[in-house]
Write a protein that binds this ligand. Structure first.
Ligand code: SAH
Length: 567
């Protein structure tokens, strides 16, 4: 859990800040969240403690609250569900005198509490009996080991605490170094093995991740066939898939073509370019396959004497996600986008957009650039991802609407470097400016609508003009993006002229500027009143259809909507 997300330290008052900063010295990448109006010098300010903490918890972010345990308990109690996946939650006294691990026994809260206690030079208030008695947490083995039968661990620990004898078979330094009183012939057994052995309430089985799967000539089989072969080969050798650390593939187009195997088998991929990677591993000889697939293939199962450090083999699979942060404010950013940004190693984007996510960018490489260099930015992002980085390209609004997703795909399409095929490429959607503008005034896009960019940098003005005319004649509501800029001043007036040919001057027009950002301004006027100087490049303009109507509001403003049916 700690590997996925650096923890967030939450403070409610200024006297807690020095303790929080001291704690953070042992937590690389951690951020300090402080209550607005009560704290200064924090990384992120929040206004609602409950909402903020619950949101972090739901996203699996480890939380350290410098506050009373009761506050954290009451805040999280309504949403507690699965102890196997919850993030660690720790309460720390504001003066640093007490550290209480509250939640996340399985996901490492005791270790986190011990780290915090060490910097504060105190003893953590550990309450997990197994941890206290045996100095290890059997349900949460360290990296490199996987518990095969977690469903039995509670009863198993209860038996050990009751004094039932236990023996160990296999090698795991973390177990032998613990305070579990192992004996030669125990009534209970802990087995550490790569073999596919089943556990029971009398027998805990841990798989060390000391195996690697490698495919040398990937082009022979399809993905479903490879899955069958892999399952068959492991079964033949009686080896557990849970003992496999990674899938090693050649960094070639043929290797890239079967990258989806990693997701299917839930195995991280490592790309290799020469055979030297396997020097310290032993190939496990296998008898002839039982599989019906009689084609010769090039799968090897290799083993090491200890859990494999995946970073010791080749290069990880790079990831490139093009995200949309929404128009501006944090509450419009989807949890998926937030999570993706938090997990990234590198952020790529226009300076202004990277600024919008600076609360999430601590410890990451930020590659900011100017607005007009989308293709260079795309190339950089693809190259970084192909080198194994976890890259996020940041767009505002939705990344697929006049934004970076199309630019990246354009480069991928036209330049088609083979190594880009190895990237795990994803697009994470966001709320587009037209949606935020519509929501601010009602439902002007409630019936058929279209979006038109008025920029004639990437398409000739004749095309833009023809589209405006066609959309106006077809009675679409229209969202104008990129309405005007320093280099393009006359287009907006020309657009109005075209619209006026088929739409009445009383047609409602919405001018929405800086949505979700400081200086937000939303105006409802008529097409007749509309003038180019009322918009700038941070404005999205919505033009109503012939059916779009206004409803007066008590505050003097009006709701705007387009009915779902024609009168
Ligand atoms: N991908 C973005 C659009 C980028 S094009 C999206 O889906 O929203 C840039 C244009 O989007 C701007 O010229 C403006 O017309 C509009 N826009 C983007 N963010 C905006 C905001 N916060 N408020 C108003 N308009 C915005």
């Amino acid at each position: 859990m700690l590997d996925r997300h650096p923890p967030i330290v939450v403070v409610l008052n200024q006297i807690s800040v020095p303790t929080a900063r001291q704690i953070m010295t042992t937590l690389p990448g951690a951020q300090l969240y402080g209550l607005t109006g009560r704290t200064t010098d924090v990384d992120v300010s929040f206004t609602d403690f409950g909402d903020t903490v619950r949101q972090l918890y739901r996203q699996g972010v480890p939380i350290i609250g410098l506050c009373a345990t009761g506050i954290l308990i009451r805040t999280l109690a309504p949403i507690l569900t699965d102890s196997k996946t919850e993030p660690p939650v720790v309460a720390v006294a504001a003066d640093g005198s007490v550290v209480v691990p509250l939640l996340g026994g399985i996901t490492g809260v005791n270790d986190l509490a011990e780290r915090i206690a060490a910097v504060l030079a105190i003893k953590p208030a550990i309450t997990t009996t197994g941890k206290l008695q045996f100095n290890t947490v059997l349900p949460a083995p360290p990296p490199g080991y996987r518990l095969a039968n977690p469903e039995h661990v509670k009863t198993f620990i209860a038996d050990l605490i009751a004094g039932v004898s236990v023996s160990i078979d296999g090698d795991a330094p973390w177990l032998t170094a613990s305070d579990i009183p192992f004996c030669a012939d125990g009534k209970r057994q802990i087995i550490v093995t790569t073999q596919a052995i089943s556990g029971s309430s009398d027998r805990l089985v841990y798989h060390p991740t000391s195996l690697a799967l490698s495919i040398e000539e990937p082009s022979q089989l399809t993905i479903p066939e490879w899955i069958e072969v892999i399952r068959d080969r492991l079964a033949t050798a009686n080896l557990a898939l849970a003992a496999v650390d990674c899938l090693v593939l050649p960094k070639t187009p043929a290797g890239a073509a079967i990258a989806a195997l990693g997701t299917s088998l839930n195995l991280p991929i490592r790309w290799v370019e020469s055979p030297e990677w396997s020097q310290n591993l032993t190939v496990i000889p296998l008898p002839n396959p039982n599989s019906l697939l009689l084609t010769p293939y090039s799968l090897n199962i290799l083993s090491a004497t200890a859990p494999i450090d995946p970073n010791s083999i080749g290069q990880p699979q790079g990831k490139l996600t093009i995200v949309g942060t929404g128009p501006g404010s944090a509450e419009w950013m989807s949890p998926q986008v937030r999570e993706t940004i938090l997990a990234a190693t590198d952020l790529v984007g226009y300076h202004t957009y990277l600024d919008l996510v600076k609360d999430l960018s601590a410890g990451k490489q930020c590659h900011g650039s100017d607005n007009r260099v989308e293709l260079d930015r795309s190339r950089l992002a693809l190259d970084l991802a192909a080198s194994g980085k976890n890259v996020v390209v940041v767009s505002s609004g939705d990344p697929g609407i006049y934004a970076m997703a199309a630019a990246v795909l354009e480069v991928l399409d036209k330049e088609a470097k083979p190594e880009w095929q190895t990237i795990d490429l994803q697009i994470a959607p966001g709320i587009s400016a037209m949606q935020a503008a519509a929501a601010a005034v009602g439902a002007p896009l409630g019936h058929d609508f279209c979006a038109i960019s008025l920029s004639d940098i990437l398409k000739p003005w004749e095309v833009v003009a023809a589209r405006i005319a066609a959309a106006a004649e077809a009675d679409f509501a229209i969202a104008f993006y990129n309405p005007i800029s320093r280099h393009r001043s006359w287009q907006l007036a020309a657009a109005k002229e075209i619209l006026m040919k088929s739409r009445s001057s009383t047609t409602p027009v919405i001018l929405a500027r800086n949505l979700g950002r400081s200086g937000q301004e939303v105006k409802v006027i008529t097409l007749g009143e509309f003038a180019p100087e009322l918009a700038d490049m941070r404005t999205v303009i919505l033009i109503g259809s012939s059916q779009t109507r206004l409803i007066p509001r008590a505050d003097g403003g009006s709701w705007v909507y387009t009915p779902r049916s024609y009168q």
